[in-house]
Design a protein around this ligand. Structure first.
Ligand SMILES: Cc1cc2nc3c(=O)[nH]c(=O)nc-3n(C[C@H](O)[C@H](O)[C@H](O)COP(=O)(O)OP(=O)(O)OC[C@H]3O[C@@H](n4cnc5c(N)ncnc54)[C@H](O)[C@@H]3O)c2cc1C
Length: 439
């Protein structure tokens, strides 16, 4: 078959891998100038490694992506350094990424709350019955079983940070998936995530996959007489090196956001289109700083910043307290990130304006911090960054196989009950490939 894939993110590339190995002719259309989608990185000339635009790591339990790397012969490049994640209590930061540290954390007291926290965590690690948990909100379930204090201290800040105004609507199955499937060991790739994406793309090209960068697809049409998608209309951007006209394909896989897919394929039946448009999601805004000095002198990697403590963003991540600053010419890489509604004002602010807003928070982490420490900084925004599941979400997920024969859709919104991530992008991409091949 002649197959087109829209998007050279991890899902699109994973589908391409299986399709090309099965002998199909695959063309990937990518709107931007590089591969990797949300997992992309960037590099300064004097850095050896790239830095992810949006902070990224793998969990030791990410079997789909680690398995794919094994197949690609790239597994040896995955590293698991030991970072420290910290929580705030009474103005002090406490490590919180092992059982021992959780037991020592003073924020839950020493009595029944700590016990409830532990028992609820254990239950969620052991149970597989997420379907029962999707009928109740995380807000309601956690208040009831973990108790008000544990919920308010541990879980509510996480839900509020990730889902903003929607936090009370999110089903308990979402929280179950995070607790059930994640490990405290965090992995990265030698050279950064971009190096992995480039290694992956190089192998795809060797398999005969054509990757057309700078080539946004603007429309997918079908010739109804034949009854299958057989025309894909591509409008290359002004600087496209791969200018093409409309091309016909037997099958097409789209890996964009649901709303973009709805715009690309208006021929989809109304109820499927409605299903796409009803899906909610949050955007992400991340300011990346290259500092001349280390910010967290304690060497902490991930600071969970409670919004009620007045921080202007959700996560402060000192990347170089996880991977060595040697890879970045001795510079210290710090992310200031947040999940926000796409119409939040941060989406319209410049990097200078955001730095001015965020700088006081950096001073709270290290009182010596000064703007003169900032050697350079970058701002990245994504309108579609974190799907927001609803109660009984499993019944509202658009199918990968769309009602238009030959047209398939695989996105972050469909990996539920799992939370989005590159691991599940691999899983859904490969699942889509199997469906496209009729398996
Ligand atoms: C802030 C943040 C932190 C994250 N942290 C982690 C983490 O720690 N670990 C982890 O594993 N995952 C993490 N993720 C999630 C992970 O990045 C995604 O789940 C994964 O990359 C999604 O891959 P995808 O291929 O489904 O989609 P995408 O990466 O979004 O790829 C879609 C591609 O389609 C292209 N495209 C869009 N429209 C068109 C068009 N019209 N024509 C052609 N191309 C088009 C886009 O340019 C993009 O390259 C994080 C995400 C964010 C935003």
């Amino acid at each position: 078959m002649d197959i087109a894939i829209i998007g050279a993110g991890i899902a699109g590339m994973s589908a391409a891998y299986d399709l090309a190995r099965a002998g199909h002719k695959v063309t990937i259309y990518e709107a931007s100038d590089g591969v990797g989608g949300l997992a992309r990185g960037f590099k300064e000339p004097h850095w050896d490694w790239s830095v992810e635009r949006f902070y990224h790591h793998w969990f030791a339990s990410d079997a789909h992506i680690l398995g794919l790397m094994e197949e690609l012969g790239l597994r040896a490049k995955v590293l698991f350094p030991r970072p420290y994640t910290v929580l705030l209590h009474d103005g002090r930061w406490y490590p919180f990424d092992s059982v021992v540290e959780a037991l020592r954390f003073p924020g839950l007291g020493w009595g029944v709350d700590k016990l409830r926290f532990g028992l609820v965590g254990l239950y969620l690690r052991l149970t597989k019955n997420w379907r029962a948990l999707e009928r109740v909100t995380a807000d309601e379930w956690m208040r009831r079983w973990a108790g008000q204090r544990v919920y308010n201290r541990m879980w509510r800040p996480l839900l509020e940070g990730k889902f903003g105004q929607y936090y009370k609507e999110v089903p308990m199955s979402w929280l179950w998936a995070r607790i059930h499937a994640r490990t405290t060991r965090l992995g990265t790739y030698r050279g950064g995530f971009q190096a992995f994406c480039d290694d992956f793309a190089a192998q795809l090209r060797r398999l005969g996959v054509e990757i057309r960068l700078n080539t946004p697809v603007v429309r997918l049409d079908r010739t109804s007489a034949i009854g299958r998608i057989d025309q894909l209309t591509v409008t290359p951007s002004a600087n496209a090196t791969n200018a093409t006209d409309a091309t016909n394909y037997h099958k097409v896989l789209v890996t964009t956001s649901p709303s973009r897919f709805a715009r690309l394929a208006p021929d989809l039946p109304q109820d499927y289109l409605q299903g796409l448009l009803q899906l909610k999601s949050m955007g992400a805004v991340v300011l990346v700083l290259a500092l001349r000095q280390r910010l967290s002198e304690d060497g902490y990697y991930w600071f969970n910043l409670p919004k009620d403590a007045g921080y202007p963003f959700l996560a402060l991540v000192e990347h170089t307290n996880y991977v060595s600053s040697e890879h970045f010419g001795g510079e210290h890489i710090v992310y200031c990130g947040d999940y926000l509604d796409p119409d939040h004002e941060y989406f319209s602010l410049s990097r200078e304006e955001l730095l001015a807003r965020f700088a006081p928070a950096l001073k709270r982490i290290n009182p010596d911090f000064d703007l003169s420490w900032v050697r350079n900084y970058w701002l990245f925004k994504a309108a579609y960054a974190q799907p927001v599941p609803a109660l009984n979400h499993s019944q509202h997920i658009p199918s990968i196989e769309t009602p238009l024969p030959g047209l398939y859709f695989a996105s972050m919104s469909q990996v539920y009950p799992w939370d989005r991530g590159t691991n599940f992008a691999v899983e859904i991409g490969r699942r889509a490939a199997r469906l496209m091949m009729g398996e």
